[in-house]
Design a protein around this ligand. Sequence first.
Ligand code: ADP
Length: 499
Amino acid sequence: MAKYVMALDAGTTSNRCILFNEKGEICSMAQKEFTQYYPQPGWVEHDANEIWQTQLSVARKAMQNVGASYTDIAAIGITNQRETVILWDRKTGQPVYHAIVWQCRRTADMKAELMEKYPDIADAAYHKTGLVFDPYFSGTKLRWILNNVPGVRERAEAGELAFGTVDSWLIYKLTKGKVHATDFSNASRTLLFNINTCDWDDELCKQLEVPKSVLPTAKPSSADFGESDPEFFGGPIPIRGVAGDQQAALFGQTCYTPGEAKNTYGTGCFMLMNIGDKPLYPNNGLLTTIAWGLDGKVEYALEGSVFVAGAAIQWLRDELKIVDQSPDSEYFATRVKDTNGCYVVPAFTGLGAPYWDPYARGSIVGLTRGVNKYHLIRATLESLAFQTSDVLAAMEEGSGVKLSALKVDGGACKNNFLMQFQSDIINAKVQRPQCVETTAMGASYLAGLAVGFWSSKQDVIKNWALDREFEPEMDADTRAKELKLWKKAVGTTLGWAKD
Ligand code: ADP
């Protein structure tokens, strides 16, 4: 009997491998960073071969740590940085260019050009793909490679090239070129995939000049993605789970009922809410995305992202130098009873959902002579909770569901002050699980469910264990006043960098 499911967690700065047992416990973990390339301001690239080599080495390391052989592993689940684009030669497996990373802004002008050429493209794309027409997603990045790397368009038209997000690339490498596939959750981030019909969209492919021959087969997230080649782990291991990182985290947090939501507090914040088996298009700054395809069904989620969250704590640490380490922010914030009327809006790179203002810039408002560094630290931490509250309000409006509990994960969810304030400001419980490796966990669940390692979602839910629950303690008047002042503070940042 196999003892583990292997999760390959291909992140933006590092790749990890975790072996989970049946109880969802971490039995082994290995992690390795890889190179970030910044060839021009605003451009971000990775070396796809390095991504593969790093991922393979941590997978082998995780197996070695516990002396596991391939027969000990029931299945592989893959989760990955989303939207990042790789284009490679089907025969040789050689990428034709570096991977263009989701953060890369090189296609900002292309977006404007396409919107001029096709005035309806943004609206049509939203109703087909659930996405905002933005350079962030894969479509324009793929078009950039096709149009800018010499000879590539001809090779693509001739059927010689394969496109994929990082999941597809790893599947291709693991199967030694036998399988070229992706899952619905990753496909739904490309701007090329119709989330209503679960198929690549002819018109968007045409408008973005993407030959359909380069596209991978899109499958449910818990499905047959082939077997790893025996060369890698001593024998074949079935690949049975694939999901983009945020959707995998939603799955790992066992948000299986419509209305359940999770928020990840990392560099930025990503909130996803399960909305069931029909997409909604609230048109209020949120994305609609496929959560996963499972058991012959597709489920959808609303998604809202905050660009600067934990990064604001890094700013306190690295630029202001008023904390030595991010976790110290908790101690300092609790040295004072409030922020003394001060609000920090860390709109360093504009504002994401629900404002989508690229011209917003950060501000500190409400300063009086008595505001000290503790107040400033507290106000910065509170800004993570306020931004989350704005996204949640849009989600509640968009879904018609009032959230009763928010499940949390990510580095900054360990901050108890922040979690209590979060609960206070959204007037809902905040639940932190014992295992916050929810992304890898979600990928392993999707794979394990496909091979019967776990029998059903109910079986998996049993593994979710509470570390701590935070309940709202703030009175309604204070909450209303706080939210009003926060909104006023946000108002000072909007449009700041516009001519
Ligand atoms: P990512 O996956 O985006 O790299 P992580 O989930 O590893 O992020 O979280 C790291 C982020 O969380 C950093 O930005 C860091 O400043 C912040 N962070 C980590 N621990 C704490 C803490 N105890 N309090 C506040 N912020 C924290």
